[in-house]
Design a protein around this ligand. Structure first.
Ligand SMILES: [Zn+2]
Length: 317
């Protein structure tokens, strides 16, 4: 972090610039510096989030956020978990290119991927998501805002808001950035009911959002069966690299998927067996999938919830 005086000076300067460019005074949350990004392929940049739960200290910087630079425009793929972090991502984009930010794409509804959207309103981009994203985010907006304001604290949450997509993707769709295209493919229910896979066809880079967790334990908010099925299909694809929603900046198929497949299969196998044996949910949450305990960060925070979700789904098979 910078010293407070540096932050306020930078905020003042940015506010002044925004005022000069626009008749409307724009609110710019205080932020420290440009987010750290790595160019994982030509024109493809990834910022890696921390393996943590949202806190005032990490300011919602817990998920990967990326951008792709074409000859005419830039597309952002996920915006991190606060407007403050979104501003830092935007600063990182501006250290690389002055091309217009035409698209802001969200891979799914979770706050750590969408709450930075507000930082890009000044660019007047097209906000893009799965066709089920508007409804999913709309019904959860109040609870997401309340929970994240509480976890981040007022300062880190400042300026954050839920912004719904204006372009809803129902069929595979291409977006032109000039000299390169992004392919957007809506998926059926897996991590959530609104997962979107984005492919930069020029470099054969797949942005999987939270269909892929690495190191950070996966979280189930859709369908464990749907997710396992989709992972098998993704494993059969060819790609130069994949970018996970949580994990390293760049990984290879099919190895990248294997720990997550093993984790989800362990839960599904244990829960199915326990249901067949007449065990209760309470019993399942004490044992199912615990062979995976040492393989993941944040296991204690999310695993029992995953077993609970899996049990509710598999009970009715
Ligand atoms: Zn997620």
């Amino acid at each position: 972090m910078c010293t407070p005086s540096l932050i306020s000076r930078k905020t003042f300067l940015k506010a002044g610039l925004a005022l000069a460019a626009s008749p409307l005074l724009r609110y710019v949350p205080a932020h420290a510096a440009a987010a750290q990004v790595t160019e994982v392929a030509p024109g493809v940049f990834v910022h890696q989030g921390r393996y943590e739960v949202q806190s005032p200290d990490n300011r919602g910087d817990i998920a990967n956020a990326s951008f792709v630079v074409g000859s005419e425009a830039v597309a952002v793929i996920d915006t991190s978990g606060s407007a403050v972090m979104g501003e830092e991502l935007r600063d990182a984009i501006r250290t690389v290119t002055n091309k217009p930010i035409k698209y802001v794409i969200n891979t799914h509804m979770h706050p750590d991927h969408v709450l930075g959207n507000a930082a890009f309103k000044q660019d007047d981009p097209i906000f893009v998501g799965h066709y089920k994203l508007p409804r999913a985010l709309g019904t959860r907006a109040d609870s997401y805002v309340t929970a994240n304001r509480q976890m981040l604290g007022a300062e880190a949450f400042a300026g954050s808001e839920i912004i719904l997509p204006t372009l809803a993707i129902k069929e595979p769709t291409k977006l032109d950035l000039g000299d390169r295209e992004l392919l957007l493919e809506p998926q059926s229910t897996a991590h959530t009911d609104n997962d979107l896979i984005v492919t930069d066809t020029k470099t054969d880079t797949l942005f999987l959002g939270d269909l892929l967790f690495s190191v950070h334990v996966p979280t189930i908010d859709g369908s464990i069966k749907g997710w396992l099925g989709l992972l098998e299909a993704i494993g059969n694809r060819k790609a130069a690299r994949v970018v996970p929603g949580h994990g390293p900046k760049s990984m290879k198929l099919p190895e990248a998927l294997e720990p997550e497949q093993r984790y989800l299969a362990a839960i599904a196998d244990d829960v199915r067996r326990q249901i067949a044996e007449g065990k209760t949910l309470a019993e399942a949450t004490k044992t199912a999938g615990f062979s995976e305990k040492d393989a993941w960060k944040l296991f204690d925070q999310y695993h029992v919830r995953n077993v609970t979700a899996a049990f509710a789904e598999l009970e009715w098979e």
